[in-house]
Design a protein around this ligand. Structure first.
Ligand SMILES: Cc1cc2nc3c(=O)[nH]c(=O)nc-3n(C[C@H](O)[C@H](O)[C@H](O)COP(=O)(O)O)c2cc1C
Length: 263
C-alpha cells in the first residue's frame, strides 16, 4: 500500500479516484486504496480538498508540499511568450563561473518536470574542473566522424594545438557543461529545457551541443566509463553549455513558419 488515507477527514468527493490513472482508489463511504498499481504520481494527494491523502513516499519531504490557488496562473501568456521570444543561444560568456547554489536553483525546474511512467530517473552532471578531460574523451569517441563533420576535424586540430582557432570549436567560450542522463530521451530533454529556461530567467545563458551528444550515440559504453556513478542503462541525451552571457542580443528575428496540420 502506497497511500495513507485519513478516513475521518475524507469527504468521499471522489476526486482522487477520478484523477488516478491506475484505478487504484475506490470511494464509497471514504476513499480506499484497492489496487497495487500506484506509481506515486501524487495526483490523488494534490487534488484532495481536505488533505486526507498522503503518499508514504513523500514522508520526510513535507517541505515540498505547498498549497496554491488552483485558479491562478502565475505567469501570463504575453510575458511568457516575450520571454521565449528573447531566448537565444549564448556562446560568448564572462569569466565568472556559476556557483553550486545557482545550479541548484536551475535543477529546481527539472525537479518538477514530468517523466515517462513517472520514473523520475533524469540525472545531471555538471562538468567544470573535469571539462577538458571529458572533451578529450568526447573527441576520441566522435573522431570516427571527422570526415563527415568539419567541426569535429577542427576540434581534433584544436586539441593538438589550440592556436589553430581563436575559440574552442565545440564549447566556444563555455567553461561549464550540464549533461543530462536518463533511460528516456524525451524525459531528459524536457527536464533540460526547463532548467534552460529557468537559467534565462536568472540572466544566465547557454547552448545545446549536438557534437558532444554524438559521443553517446557512437560510443555509449566507453562514454559511461567516465561516469561510473550513473546506471549504464541511462543515456546522455542532452548537453548544455552554460554561463553568464557576455554579449546581449537586441531584437527578435524571423523564423521559418511552424508547420502545423489540423486533421
Ligand atoms: C539539439 C540542438 C543541438 C545544437 N547543437 C549545437 C552545437 O553543437 N553547437 C552550437 O554552437 N550550437 C548548437 N545548437 C544551437 C543552434 O545552432 C541554435 O539553436 C540555432 O543556431 C538558432 O539560434 P538560437 O538558438 O539563438 O535561436 C544546437 C541546438 C539544438 C536544439
Amino acid at each position: 500500500m502506497k497511500l495513507i488515507i485519513d478516513e475521518e477527514s475524507c469527504t468521499a468527493c471522489g476526486q482522487c479516484a477520478q484523477v488516478c490513472i491506475r484505478d487504484n482508489i475506490v470511494v464509497d463511504d471514504f476513499a480506499v486504496e484497492t489496487g497495487s498499481n500506484c506509481f506515486e504520481c501524487g495526483h490523488c494527494m494534490a487534488i484532495c480538498k481536505v488533505g486526507a491523502i498522503t503518499l508514504k513516499a513523500f514522508e520526510g519531504h513535507e517541505d515540498r508540499i505547498a498549497e496554491y490557488n488552483p485558479h491562478e496562473i502565475p505567469v501570463g501568456y504575453d510575458d511568457f511568450l516575450q520571454f521565449l521570444k528573447q531566448r537565444r543561444s549564448i556562446r560568448w560568456f564572462k569569466k565568472k563561473k556559476i556557483d553550486e547554489a545557482t545550479f541548484d536553483k536551475l535543477f529546481e525546474g527539472a525537479y518538477y518536470s514530468p517523466s515517462a511512467q513517472n520514473e523520475q530517473d533524469v540525472e545531471f552532471v555538471v562538468l567544470d574542473e573535469e571539462l577538458d578531460e571529458f572533451m578529450e574523451l568526447v573527441y576520441d569517441i566522435i573522431k570516427v566522424e571527422e570526415e563527415k563533420f568539419f567541426r569535429i576535424k577542427e576540434f581534433g586540430n584544436y586539441l593538438k594545438d589550440n592556436a589553430t582557432k581563436e575559440f574552442h570549436p565545440l564549447l566556444w567560450e563555455g567553461k561549464q557543461l550540464i549533461l543530462t542522463f536518463s533511460t528516456d530521451k524525451t524525459s531528459a530533454v524536457i527536464a533540460n529545457t526547463r532548467l534552460e529556461l529557468l537559467a534565462y530567467s536568472l540572466g544566465l545563458g547557454g547552448f545545446y551541443s549536438l557534437f558532444i551528444l554524438k559521443a553517446d550515440e557512437i560510443g555509449h559504453d566507453r562514454l559511461m566509463e567516465f561516469f561510473p556513478e550513473i546506471d549504464k542503462n541511462k543515456h546522455m541525451y542532452s548537453s548544455f553549455i552554460i554561463g553568464y552571457p557576455k554579449k546581449r542580443f537586441r531584437r527578435t528575428i524571423p523564423h521559418k513558419d511552424i508547420q502545423v496540420s489540423y486533421r
